[in-house]
Structure formats: structure tokens, C-alpha cells
Ligand binder design. Structure first.
Ligand code: NAD
Ligand code: TYD
Length: 355
């Protein structure tokens, strides 16, 4: 059995679904069900005997301790986090609480559990901490892509809190010998992506006839990875990653935001043309930039390729087409996540951004 935290969120839910489609090994899924956690993402597992869902907080030491004692997982994968940069700018405190204090409490509970294991169980145990490329800061257009040896230079409250969590994980290996591996991945996209993030926001706004808000000049660059490729990388790192190491995970796919938005618009023009025949790109609006906006992220994923033989299976072209098709095929999911709380967030983040 494995214990997954944050498994009702975007990447965690994709991971749980992916895991159970590849393995007989059961999953205990601990998720607080914040605004970003959605049990609908796991609806297809409702009667699955290999999936145990527990609503709770990674910072709840008694609960985590109890789950570890009861289920005796051979591994813990930590996806649970506050994950949205813009929300971290409006309200950093929950990021400190979950990403730093939560990770610390999880580490303490896992350390106590692991300390009590014997022999083969102890040797086989793993903690896989899922992190982000944003901890490395921002690149100029000509800088080489992020390597695992790069300096941590986080620039947002989100990335700073993730950087702190990575440091704690590293320290627990160095000091206590806890068997950890950390992954630092680039921007994911795919099914179940909450429409506060760039790609799903553009899809839902386009279909609703709303403006497509591009921050600043839209020339900020991100590396994009289809979420199921991230899942396969995590399975591989859990299987063969070296203890105490970090692995950068990316799609070899750097693109400026404006190009991403035009690609989304072009695919929607093809798959669900506007009733007036005009292109969706006419909805693009440049709005006030994000404060402290990182200009470029790029991942050098050669370590995971050379050591573990992992490479993404999808190109951006194949992955984005699948993603757009998924949103078109799942209008009920899209409608349900756009609740009152979501509308409140949209108002908070976009009403003050002048076009
Ligand atoms: P998400 O915001 O979609 O989901 C986060 C999940 O964690 C939600 O289900 C939420 O309910 C749960 N959660 C939040 N606080 C919790 C707590 N205190 N205890 C238990 N559960 C809690 O995030 P995501 O995009 O799926 O990201 C998952 C992980 O991957 C995060 O650690 C994030 O930093 C990392 N990551 C994300 C990306 C990306 O592009 N989305 C890229 C690289 C790394
Ligand atoms: P996002 O999906 O929030 O991921 P991250 O900030 O973690 O990379 O944003 C991706 C890029 O898209 C980022 O450069 C900010 C930009 N962006 C917009 O231009 N408009 C938007 O409405 C959003 C949400 C993001």
C-alpha cells in the first residue's frame, strides 16, 4: 500500500488514477479538500477496493500517525500543497501553513513511523516529495535550463514555501537518514486542472465568451508537461530514484504564454467553433502583470533520462489536443468547479487588473 497526500487535487488525482490503472497496490488518499480538492476527480474510483479516501490535513500529526500505523504504507507521496502563485500573492499565510508547517509535521510523523520499522520494511520505505521548478527562480532568455545543482532563488510566496519544504525534506535525509527523494517538475496541464491556472482558465473563459486575460506582454516562458507524463516520472522515481537525490522533471517544451493561449484558441476554433464564426483569439485581452512575475522557467530533464530512462511520451501538440477534448467532453465537471467560491476568486484576481 502507498499513502498519497493531496490526491484529490489536479496532479494527485491523476496520479491515483494512473497508479491504480498500473498496479494492484492500494492507495490511501489523504486530502484536506480545500477549494482545490475535488472528490469528483476520483468519481471513477467510487467502488474501487484499492482506494481509501480520508479527509484530513497533513499538519494533523495524530491523524497521519494513525494512518501510518493502521495501513503501514511502504511509501508516502506528498502532493498536498497550496499551489497557485496568484493566490499566494493575495494571501501567503495558508502557503506557509500547508507547504512549510504541513510538510514539517508530515516529515515528523513519517520519521517516527520509519524509525519503528525493521529490516526489509525499513530498507524499502520511501518518502517522495513532489515539488516544482519554481524554486529555482527566473531565467533570462539565454540562460541554460534549470539543473538539479542550480541555486534555489524562489521569487513568490508560493515558490518560497515550496523551497522551504524541499529544504526540510533534504535536511531530514541528511540528519536522520530518512529515505527521501524529491522531484522538481515544470508546469503540468491535462484533465482535472482547476481553472485558476492558465490553460484551463483560457478554455473555460473562451467557451463562456469571456475575455482571455494575458498578464503583461504574454512573453513569459514556461516548460509544459502533460500530467500523465509527470505521473509516469513519479512512478519511475519511486521505483528507482536514488535516496536523498532530486530529479528535475520536464517536457522539453518551452513556450511563451501568448503562444499557449493562441494554441488553445486554435484548437477550440477547430473542435468547437464559435457560433458567430469569429476566432476565439479575438477574446484575448492583455491585463496588468502579476507582481514579481518570473520571466522564464526551463527544465533540463537529462538526469532523470540518463539515470532512470524516463522521457515524456506526449508532445505538446498531442497533450494539448487531449486536454482540450477532455474539457469539451466534461461540461458537468467544468460547471461544478465554477462554484461561488471560484467566482469570488475570479473577481478578486481579475477585477483590479485594467485591460
Ligand atoms: P492542486 O492545488 O490542484 O491540489 C492540491 C491538493 O492538496 C488539493 O486536493 C488540496 O485539497 C490538497 N491539500 C491542500 N492543503 C492540504 C493539507 N494541508 N493537507 C492535505 N491536503 C491538502 O495542486 P496540483 O497542481 O495538483 O499540485 C500538486 C503538487 O505538485 C503540489 O505540491 C505542487 O506544488 C506540485 N507541482 C505542481 C505543478 C503544476 O503545474 N500544477 C508543477 C510542479 C509541481
Ligand atoms: P499559472 O498557470 O498560474 O502557473 P505558474 O504561475 O505557476 O507558472 O500561470 C502560467 C503562466 O500564465 C504564468 O506566466 C502566468 C500566466 N497567466 C496569465 O497570463 N493569465 C492568467 O490569467 C493566469 C492564471 C496565468
Amino acid at each position: 500500500m502507498i499513502l498519497v497526500t493531496g490526491g484529490a487535487g489536479f496532479i494527485g488525482a491523476n496520479f491515483v488514477l494512473d497508479w491504480l490503472s498500473h498496479s494492484e497496490e492500494a492507495v490511501v488518499n489523504l486530502d484536506k479538500l480545500t477549494y482545490a480538492g475535488n472528490q469528483e476527480n476520483l468519481a471513477s474510483l467510487e467502488d474501487h477496493p484499492g482506494h481509501v479516501f480520508v479527509q484530513g490535513d497533513i499538519a494533523d500529526t495524530a491523524l497521519v500517525t494513525d494512518l501510518l500505523a493502521r495501513y503501514r504504507p511502504r511509501a508516502v507521496l506528498n502532493f498536498a500543497a497550496e499551489s497557485h502563485v496568484d493566490r499566494s500573492i493575495h494571501g501567503p499565510e495558508t502557503f506557509i501553513q500547508t507547504n512549510i508547517v504541513g510538510t514539517f509535521r508530515l516529515l515528523e510523523a513519517v520519521r517516527a513511523h520509519w524509525g519503528g520499522l525493521q529490516g526489509g520494511d525499513k530498507a524499502a520505505f520511501r518518502l517522495l516529495h513532489v515539488s516544482t521548478d519554481e524554486v529555482y527562480g527566473s531565467l533570462s532568455p539565454t540562460d541554460p535550463a534549470f539543473k538539479e545543482t542550480g541555486r534555489y532563488e524562489p521569487n513568490s510566496p508560493y515558490s518560497a514555501s515550496k523551497a522551504a519544504s524541499d529544504h526540510l525534506v533534504r535536511a531530514y535525509h541528511h540528519t536522520y537518514g530518512l529515505p527521501v527523494v524529491t522531484t522538481n517538475c515544470s508546469n503540468n496541464y491535462g484533465p482535472f486542472h482547476f481553472p485558476e491556472k492558465l490553460i484551463p482558465l483560457m478554455v473555460v473563459n473562451a467557451l463562456a465568451g469571456k475575455p482571455l486575460p494575458v498578464y503583461g506582454d504574454g512573453q513569459q516562458v514556461r516548460d509544459w508537461l502533460y500530467v500523465k507524463d509527470h505521473c509516469s516520472a513519479l512512478r519511475r522515481v519511486l521505483e528507482a530514484g536514488r535516496l536523498g537525490e532530486t530529479y528535475n522533471v520536464g517536457g522539453w517544451n518551452e513556450k511563451p504564454n501568448l503562444e499557449i493561449v493562441h494554441t488553445v484558441c486554435g484548437l477550440l476554433d477547430e473542435l468547437r467553433p464559435r457560433s458567430d464564426g469569429k476566432p476565439y483569439a479575438t477574446q484575448i485581452t492583455h491585463v496588468t502583470d502579476r507582481p514579481g512575475h518570473d520571466r522564464r522557467y526551463a527544465i533540463d530533464a537529462s538526469k532523470i533520462e540518463q539515470e532512470l530512462g524516463w522521457r515524456p511520451a506526449e508532445t505538446f501538440e498531442t497533450g494539448i489536443r487531449k486536454t482540450i477534448q477532455w474539457y469539451l467532453d466534461n461540461p458537468a465537471w467544468v460547471a461544478n468547479v465554477q462554484s461561488g467560491a471560484y467566482q469570488h476568486w475570479v473577481h478578486k484576481n481579475y477585477s483590479a487588473r485594467a485591460a
